[in-house]
Design a protein around this ligand. Structure first.
Ligand SMILES: [Zn+2]
Length: 78
């Protein structure tokens, strides 16, 4: 298992996400952004907007995705 924080994935807080793969932590971050903004948080609105933009524009989003994957690969195992 490895841990990436909301901040490491482009968000504003220190919430930690654990996963076996980069895809798992990226999915956890997507969920975190949706849930926290739905609960009334405004600090995460920008990060949520960017996340939605990546889905709408996969070519642009790919750069972010590749970076998240290589950051994840560089992390030590928990
Ligand atoms: Zn967060």
């Amino acid at each position: 298992m490895k841990t990436m924080t909301c901040k490491q994935l482009g968000g504003p807080c220190e919430q930690a996400h654990q996963g076996e793969s980069a895809d798992e932590v990226i999915k956890a971050q997507d969920r975190h952004l949706k849930e926290i903004v739905a609960s009334g948080d405004t600090v995460h609105e920008q990060a949520l907007k960017e996340m939605k933009g990546r889905w709408k524009n996969p070519v642009k989003g790919m750069g972010w995705y590749k970076k998240a994957k290589s950051d994840f690969a560089a992390l030590p195992e928990d």
